[in-house]
Design a binder for this molecule. Structure first.
Ligand code: ATP
Length: 254
């Protein structure tokens, strides 16, 4: 099994204005370490403000860590060079419909991703767009649709298409399934599992939906105020959480 992602001692703080001239340091993440193998799923769980989204932002290069290392397939990531590794790590945030340009047809949106990040010619790009739409259970003609013409579940598939069209190795799902109703969520979960089996995709699943965590993840990492309280096999942590915080979190979310 290949180690795809290794995160070592990652820390990030923010400063919030306080009073007239003061500022307060917020340690959003402190010395976080974990690894993720190809074809596996790691869930990141923690109550609101625990640092989950900060971690996702560091991994995709939206924010820079204060210290620590992120290695992809053994190579340290240079955060400044996002384009170089956006083939490998892609992400989907909470509300798919918000992240799509309402004035752009889906085909054009996918075309832009390919033009920006690949050397495919226009004909090859069209083939890749059709292939990706079909892989996600969408139709060729959906390339001509605007976002408002899709249902919620289809929109999530479109967001997945945009994330997967570059054939990444790792997909970060930041609360990406929480806006869906349970039956749509089940459909997307099955699709994610299918894609993982087919392509060996790894997922970093940021969620507080413990059913999803149990169903999808091999390992889990629990965050409390930026610090890891538990990290290991999901089944082991559910059975025997090491920290009180994890125990309380699990019982409050179940
Ligand atoms: N840009 C920022 N400036 C200042 N503080 C920030 C910023 N982004 C996050 N924080 C703070 O860092 C801490 C971690 O925030 P983060 O959004 O990572 O938590 P979270 O676990 O994702 O929360 P939620 O589940 O509510 O999305 C919080 O205290 C938050 O207020």
């Amino acid at each position: 099994m290949n180690t795809l992602l290794e995160v070592e001692q990652l820390s990030k703080s923010y400063f919030k204005p306080q009073g007239l001239f003061g500022r307060k340091k917020i340690q959003a993440l402190q010395n976080i370490s974990f690894s993720l193998q190809s074809g596996k799923t790691l869930a990141i769980v923690g109550e609101t403000g625990s640092g989950k989204s900060t971690l996702a932002k560091l991994l995709v290069g939206i924010e820079k860590p204060d210290s620590g290392q992120i290695r992809l397939a053994g190579q340290e990531i240079q955060i400044s060079d996002y384009k170089k590794y956006n083939h490998v790590i892609r992400f989907i945030f909470q509300d798919a419909s918000q992240s799509l340009n309402p004035l752009q047809k889906v085909g054009q949106m996918l075309e832009d991703v390919l033009r920006f990040s690949t050397i495919l010619d226009p004909a090859q790009r069209q083939i890749k767009i059709r292939q990706t739409l079909r892989q996600l259970g969408l139709l060729d003609e959906h390339a001509e649709y605007y976002p408002h013409m899709f249902s919620g579940g289809q929109l999530q598939r479109v967001a997945l298409a945009r994330a997967l069209i570059l054939d990444p190795k790792l997909l970060i799902l930041d609360q990406a399934l929480s806006a869906l109703d349970p039956s749509l969520r089940a459909q997307i979960v099955n699709l994610l599992l299918h894609l993982q089996q087919q392509n060996g995709l790894a997922y970093l699943l940021i969620t507080n939906n413990l059913q999803l965590v149990q169903h999808l993840s091999d390992d889990m990492l629990v965050l409390a105020q930026g610090v890891t309280t538990d990290y290991g096999a999901t089944a082991d942590i559910f059975r025997n959480p090491q920290h009180d915080y994890t125990r309380k979190l699990l019982s409050s979310l179940l």
